[in-house]
Every structure is written in structure tokens, then in C-alpha cells.
Design a protein around this ligand. Structure first.
Ligand SMILES: [Fe+2]
Ligand SMILES: [Fe+2]
Length: 444
């Protein structure tokens, strides 16, 4: 841990270089010296730690975990956090002098559009609170996967699982969806080829909760719906795995087996303690389709539970956007376009509309083409301006993977350095979507 004095002199140097830029040009010793000194101090910090954190918390500047005395007014640094609307700056060990100098220069010549740029990958602004939410959300996601795994292995062993654990983790998922829906939706992009059923159950739960919240469903029903979503495909456990994972088209007989999973699931769940009517109905109804032409067969008068109609939308979307042995995965927009054609047939039209609106015209994970010729992935949709999401440029105009992806918040109207043009999305790309490690790009 560095001493308070070391932290103070580092901030002092950084603040001076920022301040002196207002009076002296780049390269002037009054500007250059403090940049050089602060870089030397950074290198010292890196002897003990791989990153240096500067934070602005309740009017104080903190370096690593040390708050600096309040009598020092680090106005210029404070202002950077204010303009950037973030409260933490992470500087990573590999930072070169050139990167540090560029960063200080850009920040000193403060202009909002310049600050919307990301700097080198070794310097990242964060928001402390949103970082915490992200970490908690990831923890809840992992916990939910474990819970589904347990329930499924109990059923496989012929035991009757209890619903308590499912309910408890669903409670946490509801909290997280209410707190930060987009982060949770982002996690639903985690797909697993091998553990398809576990991830599918959790992803469908997140999407159903998010859609339920969008439709302003009561929190108690939201929780029931979450439990239902976690358990909706439990009937698949009883089907021969060779059928569930078969890469080719199912034979008529195999299809008949597959179609039994809603009823089998309903019967399994009925034996479980503490399972509500909604959970049972969702398991039974999730493949019936909006116009009741699905399975199991029912009469025309049958009334689907709203939770079943919500779940079937999320179920289809997650299944379509996951790569499986027998199915290439669809890019999010492609899946939504397909589903739109099924409005009123498979899906309740208003719920589907709300679902599409919730995901935005460019849902997280969508590959987009830019006017610069580059290819980017949508890392965060922007509900207030749907065609201006935050994107991460991952391929250059020749389709070569960038070593350092560029991040643009399109709502900040970024300008391409080479062409001087405003960067905009001109279309989506679907062909290569499955080749890209979406998670890799969305989770870092
Ligand atoms: Fe199903
Ligand atoms: Fe499903």
C-alpha cells in the first residue's frame, strides 16, 4: 500500500499538469514535467499492484483505498470525473508513457465529446456503483445456474426436489431486474453449448422477469413467474438425452416423445412442495402457442395464463439465439424478425411488441456495420435513443480483429478520427455472429 504522502504527490502532479494546460502549450516544461513525474510515481505504485485506482467519493479524492485530506482542492481532477459522469479511474500496469501523456493531454483540453472517447485500454473510467451491481448480478446468475443444476440432478435421481432454493434465488433475480434491467438482460447472453438446459432456464427467467417488469406485473406475480421460468423445461429431464441433443431432424416417434415434456414437467412439479398454480400452468402451457395450435392439445376455449404467454416469447428468443447441435444460432435481430412474423400465431402481439421494445432495435450482442466500414458489437442498448447504443468496434474495415477494441457511445455523437465523419450504424451483420465470442466482448 502506498503512503498517504506518495498518493498526495501523485495527485498533486496530475492536477498540476491538468491545470498548467490552461496556461501553457503542450510540450512546455510546466506541462511536460508534471506528466513525466506523475508517470514515474505511477510506475512506483505498480511495483506493488497491477492497477492504480483514483476515485472521487463524496467530494474526496481517493488513491487506491486512501482518501486524501479534504483541504486540498483537486479541482481539475474533480472536474474530469464530473464531466465524465464516472467516479473511478483505473490505470493498468501496462500503461506506456505515451498512453499516459495522451490521456492527460486529452483530459486537460476538456471537451465533452473528447471525453466520451475511451482512452488506451490501460485507462478505464468506471462507475463504482454500477460495477458493484454488475458483480452482484454475476454472482446471482452463477447461483441460479447452481440451483437449476441441483434441481435437475435431484429429478434425474428420481427424487422430488424442494422449491425453496429456486424461490430464494428468484427473489434475488427479481431485485436485480428491478435495480438494473439492462445488466441482467446482458447476462442472459451467456450461452452454454454443453450445459444448455441450465443456462436456458436461467436466461429465460431473466428475460421473463425483465418483460414482466416492463409490462408492470405485480412483484408477487413476478416472483411466481420467475420460479415458473426456472422450472419450465423440467419435463425434458425425463426424455432420452439422445433425443434432446439429436443433431438431425427428429423422427415422428421422437417428436412425440419431445412433445410430452410439458405434461411430464407439470406432473413432476405437482409433486413438489410449495409450487404454485402459476408454476404448474407455465410448465404445461409454454408450447401451446397463442392460437392454441401447439402442444399439448387443448380446446379452442382454453385460456392461457399471461405468465405462459410471456415465457413462450422469452423461451423462443433464447432458444433461437443459442447455438445448438441441430440449429445454427440466429443473430438477435434476425430472431426478433422471425418472431414478429409469428405475432398472433405463436405469440401474444402486445407482449411481443413490448419485448422487442425492451430489447431495443439493436439488442445487446447485435453485430452492426458502421459507416466507417468497421464492425462493432452492441454492448449496451440505449432506450432513450434506440439507434444510438454503446458499441464496441471489434473488426476493422478489412474484417481483421482489432487488438484494442474501440468503444463509442453513439449518443455522444463520436467522430471517426480518420474520416472526420460522425460514426453511425448503417446496418446489422448476421453471417458471422456465431463465430464471435459474444460473451468475451460483453463481459469485460
Ligand atoms: Fe419447453
Ligand atoms: Fe424452454
Amino acid at each position: 500500500m502506498p503512503s498517504l504522502k506518495e498518493c498526495e504527490s501523485f495527485i498533486q502532479q496530475l492536477n498540476s499538469s491538468l491545470k498548467n494546460f490552461s496556461f501553457y502549450p503542450k510540450g512546455h516544461p510546466y506541462v511536460a514535467q508534471p506528466i513525466k513525474r506523475s508517470y514515474e510515481m505511477l510506475s512506483n505504485f505498480f511495483k506493488e499492484s497491477d492497477e492504480v485506482n483514483i476515485s472521487s467519493i463524496e467530494g474526496l479524492i481517493w488513491v487506491q483505498n486512501i482518501p486524501l485530506p479534504s483541504e486540498n482542492m483537486w479541482d481539475y481532477i474533480m472536474n474530469v470525473f464530473k464531466v465524465k459522469n464516472k467516479d473511478n479511474l483505473k490505470i493498468l500496469k501496462n500503461i506506456t508513457f505515451k498512453e499516459w501523456e495522451d490521456f492527460v493531454t486529452k483530459v486537460a483540453l476538456i471537451k465533452e465529446e473528447i471525453l466520451s472517447d475511451e482512452f488506451s485500454e490501460n485507462i478505464v473510467f468506471h462507475s463504482i456503483e454500477s460495477e458493484d451491481i454488475k458483480k452482484t448480478a454475476e454472482k446471482v446468475y452463477t447461483e441460479a445456474i447452481d440451483v437449476v443444476k441441483n434441481v435437475i440432478s435431484e429429478v434425474r435421481m428420481g427424487r422430488i426436489p424442494k422449491a425453496d432454493e429456486v424461490k430464494s434465488v428468484v427473489g434475488k433475480m427479481v431485485d436485480m431486474v428491478l435495480k438494473d434491467k439492462q445488466t441482467m438482460i446482458g447476462l442472459s447472453l451467456i450461452k452454454s453449448y454443453d450445459d444448455y438446459l441450465f443456462h436456458h432456464s436461467v436466461n429465460v427467467t431473466i428475460l421473463s422477469l425483465a418483460l414482466g417488469e416492463t409490462l408492470k406485473i405485480r412483484p408477487d406475480l413476478l416472483r411466481e413467474m420467475g420460479t415458473a421460468a426456472m422450472l419450465h423445461d423440467i419435463g425434458k429431464v425425463s426424455i432420452d438425452p439422445k433425443i434432446v441433443l439429436k443433431p438431425d431432424k427428429l423422427t415422428d416417434e421422437e417428436w412425440e416423445q419431445m412433445k410430452k415434456h410439458p405434461v411430464t414437467g407439470y406432473e413432476t412439479l405437482k409433486k413438489m412442495e410449495g409450487v404454485s398454480e402459476v408454476v404448474l400452468r407455465v410448465a404445461l402451457e409454454h408450447h401451446m402457442k397463442y392460437n392454441l395450435t401447439g402442444y399439448p392439445e387443448v380446446t379452442k376455449e382454453y385460456k392461457l395464463h399471461p405468465a405462459s404467454m410471456i415465457l413462450s416469447i422469452c423461451d423462443c428468443y433464447d432458444a433461437m439465439t443459442t447455438h445448438r447441435v441441430y440449429q445454427r444460432c440466429h443473430e438477435p435481430r434476425e430472431a426478433l424478425e422471425f418472431m414478429t412474423r409469428m405475432a398472433g400465431v405463436s405469440f401474444e402481439p402486445n407482449y411481443l411488441k413490448a419485448f422487442i421494445k425492451m430489447l431495443g432495435i439493436y439488442p445487446q450482442g447485435t453485430l452492426v456495420k458502421l459507416n466507417t466500414g468497421e464492425t462493432a458489437i452492441v454492448s449496451s442498448p440505449n432506450p432513450s435513443s434506440p439507434d444510438e447504443p454503446v458499441i464496441k468496434v471489434i473488426y476493422d474495415i478489412f474484417g481483421t480483429k482489432l487488438e484494442k477494441p474501440k468503444i463509442y457511445d453513439l449518443s455522444q455523437k463520436p467522430v471517426d478520427e480518420e474520416t472526420n465523419q460522425k460514426v453511425i450504424i448503417v446496418g446489422t451483420v448476421s453471417a458471422t455472429w456465431q463465430d464471435i465470442e459474444v460473451q468475451e466482448h460483453l463481459r469485460d
